[in-house]
Ligand binder design. Structure first.
Ligand code: EPZ
Length: 416
């Protein structure tokens, strides 16, 4: 099991570039199943989850060629439209192959994803959406069997905005007969990036990025080429790395407007930031104030930055109240931060963080992708050494994070 040893006390200074967005890349790669032929993607991050997605696409008959950050996907009719349990259990986003397979080939057999560390993460909104478009859905032996001769456009209203369900239904509706309206749609930038690519392929989608998206079905789509948007969660993580070490760090290649919920909160906490369209600089500081955050669907504070922001608040002046409204169990990092001396009282969906003036390094355990990033950030400032175990979680969503942080002054080594 890979571990990461972080030696605290260095101040980060310099410039670091953001990679392509994991949560845009995954749905984009699955959308290729909608159009046979060769798709080309640039700025594809080198991540475990992208590798898992390419494995599943190869299993479904695609040929995948990677050249650095460019991926070419040659799609042809799959021998069978099945996504096996052992693939889906590793990566829940595999459920995003359901919409394309169902609408393009009339059937999809996908293992139910099962829960994960941060919550049960059901897919009922996805299945209700497919049913609304006329699909026949059965659940047998842990698999969803979805069938439809031809999907028929209709109106779908989500109880709460769901990124994955919005993406799955966008793809399914793109080849349906007639008009589909998705109401209470997710507005995340990754949803917009997917809609932009679908339109490049010939789809007719309007309203992506708002809560009402309209899709007029077309008969077929053609492969295209696309540059994947920057990873706003990685950018936010890198910005917090500069902030927590009281350094001066510029994060480049990012869409700063996608991170306004974070930068507004950091300014409220007393940080000085310089922001332009594609870069953000955090300036040196002597200290910061505790501020309250509540995570919610975009454009509110992203749940994927909650753990990282909590690490920052453990060293703030005063108390912060952190409310997690998206997932029911996304405080697994609290116990680990407490091992470093943080003073946090977790309740059901709220954690009270009382700022301390220091953390002390210790061995800790990563439990999920963003919790592992939070522990690395805490290790950057904890006195002594912090050994982060199960660091494979980090590799799912961060491209060479230790290299990027070392380049701007961190003291990090990885070993097995
Ligand atoms: C996406 O997950 C992201 N993953 C997650 O990032 C992110 O945390 C999440 O959106 C919220 O922003 C990818 O894009 C690959 P949801 P997704 O459907 O689509 C409930 C990371 O760290 N729900 O928006 O699975 C669900 O349980 C990962 O990069 C249902 O109840 O999230 C959750 O409470 C973690 N039924 C809420 O909605 C459904 O059918 C939001 O989930 C679907 C979702």
């Amino acid at each position: 099991m890979d571990k990461m040893l972080v030696k605290g006390g260095t101040v980060l200074n310099g410039e670091v570039a953001t990679s392509g967005a994991k949560n845009a890349a995954l749905p984009l790669l699955f959308s290729t199943l909608l159009a046979e032929g060769e798709h080309v993607f640039h700025n594809v991050p080198i991540l475990k989850d992208v590798e898992s997605t390419c494995e599943l696409l190869s299993y479904l008959g695609c040929d995948v060629f990677r050249d650095g950050h460019t991926l070419k996907i040659k799609v042809k009719k799959p021998a069978e439209t099945v996504a096996q349990y052992d693939v889906v259990r590793k990566m829940r986003a595999s459920t995003l192959c359901m919409g394309p397979l169902l609408t393009k080939y009339g059937s999809a057999q996908v293992s139910l994803p099962g829960g994960c560390a941060i919550g049960t993460r059901p897919i009922n909104y996805h299945l209700e959406g497919f049913k609304a478009l006329g699909a026949d859905i059965k659940i047998e032996k842990g698999y969803v069997l979805a069938e439809a001769k031809k999907l028929i456009g209709d109106t779908i209203i989500f109880e709460t905005p769901s990124v994955g369900a919005t993406e799955n239904l966008l793809m399914a509706a793109s080849l349906a007969d007639g008009e589909t309206t998705i109401e209470n749609a997710a507005k995340e930038p990754e949803v917009v990036d997917l809609a932009n690519y679908l339109n490049k392929m010939g789809a007719k989608i309007t309203g992506a990025g708002t809560s009402i998206i309209k899709i007029t079905g077309v008969n077929s789509l053609k492969p295209a080429e696309h540059h994947i948007i920057a990873d706003r969660i990685e950018a936010g993580t890198l910005l917090i790395a500069g902030a927590i070490t009281k350094g001066e760090v510029t994060v480049t290649n990012c869409n700063s407007r996608d991170l306004e919920a974070l930068t507004i909160k950091m300014k409220e906490s007393g940080f000085k930031l310089s922001i332009d369209d594609s870069s953000m600089t955090i300036h040196k500081t002597s200290g910061w104030q505790g501020v309250d955050i509540t995570t919610a669907p975009h454009p509110a504070f992203p749940t994927d930055l909650q753990a990282q922001f909590m690490a920052l608040m453990t060293l703030a002046e005063g108390t912060s109240v952190i409310s997690e409204t998206v997932f029911e169990n996304r405080f697994m990092h609290v116990q680990e931060l407490s091992r470093l001396g943080a003073d946090i009282t977790p309740k059901t969906r709220v954690a009270i963080v009382r700022g301390k003036n220091k953390l002390i390094g210790a061995p800790v355990m990563a439990t999920d992708l963003r919790a592992s990033a939070c522990l690395v950030l805490a290790g950057l400032v904890a006195e002594g050494e912090t050994l982060v175990n199960r660091i494979y979680h980090l590799d799912r969503g961060y491209e060479r994070l230790e290299e990027k942080l070392t380049k701007i002054g961190a003291n990090i080594s990885r070993f097995t």
